[in-house]
Design a protein. Structure first.
Length: 1035
């Protein structure tokens, strides 16, 4: 290889260089067609969830019998760092937390083993426990609501379950199709209590007879001669009539068919949850994709199958299928906007280059770095297993302007040598050799600043690691292009013939020099004054930045048009009352305008096929029109809606409305922005503390929807057995509880097979039979026998009305109450929480109770600590890279002293755009550390080169400033132009990266002036004095 290194080899081997470049482009295009498409990088939280359902069991009993038992087992799972639970009527939900970086599949296996051990001591009445990892890919990519004008909800649910859902199961990328809502068919056995008592039977006798008489069982092998046959007992019931004919043994030894003792009917379960879309009741269908499947592709094939079903008349005319949610729509909009921002940035950057160069040929050479570097980046992304998402495309959009920095320096130096009269390939080789070192050094500092991001964990790492990886790959690719293709192309051209544009460009640069050089000359006369003035400015803007530290948020609010409204009414209300309340709220929402659709789940919530029944709770999901079709953002809409709800004065109704946030992104464990937790043993005392804290939060500026987890209490009947009396009558506590459950909600005693579907068989008393405490006390436990009288519930238990909690929260196996509130949107999180902490400082708590903060505030504190560490590492690594490059500490220190002044630009940018400080802002500041030194490196490098030729310090500084003014302006303005579309924040999905782009744009603009005016002054001051003068150092 010749002395010119890689650039020299490429200059003398143009065909090989072009072929290698073409290969990179082809591989990039090939990789692009195979990159999966999604909204965000794959986010796998180090969390495992467990859900156990035991219908109708009160919360305090669920806590004692289920939650505590499972917590004790799961808490000792290897590497677990925390455990939380929420227990409500019939449901226990437990979250197990690990540190980021833990192999969650290994943790899931370990936790499953622990759960299996806990099953042995759990009640037999629970549904099979569900254990799962928190993977945002499990969020449905598409949701339908199926409704019909002719079918009742039982028939509609059956058709949706048995027919409609199956049409989508075999589609590529589809993992599951879950159906919820509607009414599920079941066979009900309704015993006649009087008839049972007259015959001496109990409810247990009926349930046991059905369980024993409705089963298939293996019977072993039968050998007949040389052959062997399997055998089984086939006792499954195949029709309702067959179930009604089941013989029930009487105490006197006789039998009666079940139909004489109970009504056996083909019915449906009680409607406990109601699904509605745009006012029409229906059944919800959720389509989940496989973890590594392409969100857009899966959504597209699901929509295509739906169109196909309609075309083939496989969906009856009476059936309506509404698409309630389609993730692909927002994904496409966001990625299209990011792609357009990248394209617009590239065009603007090239316009800046053309204005400076005045040459189409030179502009095309420099511009070639953008598509070629992007193609190489796509190939690297494919090798790294990345996807096309908001972060990777955003990384490319952010890096567009930086991709041409190296090529500008390379081309500008080659053309300068050509303009100076040097000819031939050797001239280009010498020119390339001059800038090889500063180009590599500048790229190395870029990489050093962001390198720590590739090794961090936590949500910041999950979200932004792919963005950093993409920017890093693109910058490395641009360095390769600058050292290979650019010198190969530039060496074979002549300096552009002066044209009108060229003359205008040169005139612009000459005009800038006429202003700049005298200013620099004056500055160098009193370098201490320049440094002092700049330091005062930095101190002032640093103070402004610290003043704005209260205006913080962890992540920007993303406006994807989804508003979630949680509705809570007084306990004890019916589903019909809740439905009427939700309809009033739907009307209020429609009155606000900009509504595309309204989806309702009233009476609880739905998780796939499982449901959590809470008659006094509902969720109203509001889909707004696309952002481009709305006159206001989502926060303004939520504020207006909340005010309208407050004006309605809905008695006994609590409404919490908020932007749903970015799908799959959990900033904290809490549901709301503000979360205060109090730990203690007694639920009553915790509730009282929660009431006091809620009163403190209500009416505070910046907060709304203040509430606490223990504020909802309800009346319930407590049946307390008299153990001594029960023992005398031959009854135990378990029998009392089982009889009570059969009487009220019924129990599932098996299933009934019809075709390939199984339907539950439920035994329960007719609901009209138990309508008062007296009727409950008269509930027969055992009929009269030869040895005992009839036993009723009132004979062995006291029945009283008590107040009980509806929800019990626990953290690390201790009870807690969580006080939460949402931000109004007009004040940043940091400012609100700072004032709140001051107000609650010294809040009195009883002995044994403690208060601490969670939610977004905890995430904000952790994030701030993390970015402080990253910023320190970035500064250190950038300095190390330059020290190694220069084999000196003086020049790297000169360059590093200019870095803090970029903060002036950051503060100006945040003030102009009114953006709060967030994680993207900190990311932008850290990236600036590596970028703002690039121009200083180019300037200082040329000063050193000029001094080595024998020039004194002052003259070397002035000469370097004259010759490097144009490349410094070009690299800065092209980078700024490339990032400007993102900084403007136009369209869906732009909110996440806009703060980062704003920091970069304004920071770079200020750092350009710092490089041109302040760095020369610092450089001069840093030189040793000789003969009583500054700047006369030995070259």
């Amino acid at each position: 290889m010749r002395g010119g290194g890689i650039a020299g080899w490429c200059i003398h081997h143009p065909v090989s260089t072009l072929m290698l470049t073409l290969t990179a482009i082809v591989l990039g295009l090939f990789a692009l067609t195979r990159l999966p498409v999604d909204l965000l990088p794959q986010l796998i939280y180090p969390e495992i969830g467990v859900r156990i359902i035991d219908p109708a069991v009160p919360a305090n009993i669920m806590e004692d019998r289920v939650t505590r038992q499972i917590e004790e087992q799961l808490a000792i799972t290897e590497d677990a760092v925390g455990i939380e639970s929420t227990t409500s009527e019939g449901t226990s939900e437990i979250e197990l937390y690990f540190d980021y970086g833990k192999d969650i599949d290994v943790a899931l296996r370990d936790a499953s083993t622990r759960l299996d051990r806990a099953k042995r001591i759990l009640p037999t009445t629970i549904d099979p426990p569900i254990i799962f990892k928190r993977d945002p890919s499990q969020i449905p990519v598409m949701e339908f609501v199926v409704s019909s004008a002719l079918r009742d909800m039982t028939e509609l649910r059956g058709w949706t379950d048995n027919v409609f859902a199956k049409y989508f199961l075999n589609l590529p990328g589809v993992a599951a199709v879950e159906v919820g809502g509607g009414v599920v068919r079941e066979v009900q056995v309704l015993p006649d209590p009087r008839r049972l008592a007259a015959l001496g039977l109990s409810l247990d006798d009926i349930t046991s007879a059905i369980e024993r008489g409705n089963l298939d069982a293996p019977a072993g092998r039968l050998r007949m001669g040389a052959r062997e046959y399997a055998s089984r007992t086939t006792g499954r019931i195949n029709s309702v009539a067959e179930l009604g004919a089941l013989p029930i043994r009487l105490p006197d030894g006789g039998t009666r068919p079940l139909s004489e003792l109970a009504e056996v009917i083909d019915a449906s379960e009680d409607e406990r949850i109601r699904v509605r879309y745009n006012g029409t009741p229906g059944v919800r269908v959720s389509v989940q994709k496989q973890p590594n499947a392409n969100t857009v592709d899966v959504a597209d094939v699901v929509v295509a199958r739906l169109v196909e079903l309609r075309a083939q008349n496989l969906i009856s005319e009476d059936v309506r299928v509404d698409v309630v949610s389609n993730q692909a729509v927002y994904v496409r909009q966001s990625l299209n906007n990011a792609s357009l921002a990248a394209l617009a940035g590239a065009v603007l950057a090239m316009l800046v280059v053309y204005v400076f160069l005045g040459s189409v040929r030179g502009t095309l050479i420099i511009g070639s770095a953008i598509p070629i570097s992007i193609m190489i980046t796509f190939a690297i992304m494919a090798l790294g297993g990345l996807s096309l998402n908001l972060m990777t495309l955003g990384g490319l959009a952010l890096g567009i302007g930086m991709l041409v920095d190296n090529t500008i320096v390379m081309l500008e130096n080659i053309e300068r040598h050509q303009r100076d009269g040097e000819e031939g390939l050797t001239s280009a080789e010498h020119a390339a050799a001059e800038v090889n070192s500063p180009i590599v050094a500048a790229t190395s500092t870029n990489l050093a600043a962001v390198l720590p991001f590739l090794f961090i964990s936590g949500l910041v790492g999950l979200l932004f690691r792919e963005l950093i990886f993409t920017i890093t790959a693109a910058i490395v690719a641009s360095l390769v292009v600058a050292l290979t293709l650019v010198p190969a192309l530039a060496a074979r051209g002549r300096p552009p013939t002066p044209s009108r544009v060229t003359r205008m460009a040169r005139g612009f640069v000459a005009g800038a020099q006429r202003v700049y050089l005298p200013t620099l000359t004056a500055t160098l006369k009193k370098p201490w004054l320049a440094v002092a003035v700049a330091t005062l400015l930095l101190a002032g803007f640093g103070w402004l930045f610290m003043q704005g530290a209260g205006k913080q948020e962890f992540l920007p609010t993303m406006d994807d048009g989804r508003v979630q409204v949680q509705i809570l009414t007084d306990p004890g209300g019916s589903l019909e009352e809740m439905d009427r309340t939700v309809r009033r709220l739907e009307r209020i929402a429609l009155d606000q305008g900009d509504v595309a659709g309204l989806s309702v789940v009233a009476g609880g919530s739905i998780f796939g096929r499982s449901q959590r029944e809470r008659p006094n709770r509902a969720t109203l999901s509001i889909e707004l029109l696309p952002l481009a079709q709305r006159a206001r953002g989502i926060e303004a809409w939520v504020t207006a809606f909340s005010k309208a709800v407050a004006d309605e004065e809905l008695a006994g109704v609590k409404v919490r409305a908020r932007a749903a946030g970015l799908r799959g992104v959990r900033v904290s464990r809490a549901d709301e922005d503000v979360s205060i937790r109090v730990r203690g043993p007694d639920l009553e005392i915790l509730g009282s503390i929660g009431d006091r804290l809620v009163e403190r939060l209500r009416g505070r500026p910046g907060l709304r929807n203040a509430n606490h987890s223990a504020e909802e209490r309800r009346l319930e009947f407590s049946v307390r057995p008299d153990r001594a009396r029960a023992a005398e009558l031959g009854v135990d506590v378990e029998q009392v509880g089982r009889a009570l459950r059969i009487a009220l909600d019924g129990i599932i005693v098996g299933d009934y097979i019809e075709g390939d579907r199984a339907y539950d068989v439920r035994v329960r008393l007719p609901q009209s039979g138990i309508d008062s405490p007296a009727a409950l006390a008269a509930l027969p436990l055992f009929g009269a026998g030869t040895q005992r009288p009839a036993v009723h519930l009132g004979d062995v238990a006291a029945i009283e009305l008590v107040v009980a909690p509806t929800e019990i929260r626990r953290e690390n196996q201790s009870r807690i109450v969580e006080i939460s509130a949402a931000l109004t949107g007009d004040q940043p999180l940091g400012e609100v929480l700072g004032a709140l902490r001051d107000d609650l400082d010294g809040f009195a708590l009883p002995t044994g109770y403690s208060l601490y903060y969670g939610g977004a505030f905890d995430s904000l504190q952790r994030g701030n600590a993390l970015v402080a560490t990253l910023a320190g590492l970035a500064l250190f690594l950038v300095f190390v890279v330059m020290a190694v490059q220069y084999e000196s500490l003086r020049n790297p220190m000169v360059i590093m002293l200019g870095v803090p002044f970029a903060l002036i630009g950051v503060v100006v940018g945040l003030l102009i755009t009114e953006l709060p400080i967030s994680m993207p802002v900190w990311l932008g500041i850290i990236m600036l550390i590596g970028v703002v030194v690039n121009n200083a490196i180019v300037l200082v490098e040329y000063i050193e080169l000029t001094r080595r030729r024998g020039t004194v310090v002052h003259d070397a500084v002035m000469e370097a400033a004259r010759l490097r003014l144009r490349p410094i302006m070009m690299t800065t303005l092209t980078t700024v132009a490339g990032m400007s579309p993102l900084a403007l924040g136009l369209g869906e999905g732009s909110e996440m990266l806009r703060p980062l782009a704003v920091c970069m744009v304004f920071g770079l603009l200020v750092s350009m002036f710092v490089t041109l005016l302040l760095i020369p002054s610092i450089y001069v001051l840093a030189q040793p004095r000789q003969d009583g003068t500054d700047g006369a150092a030995t070259p």
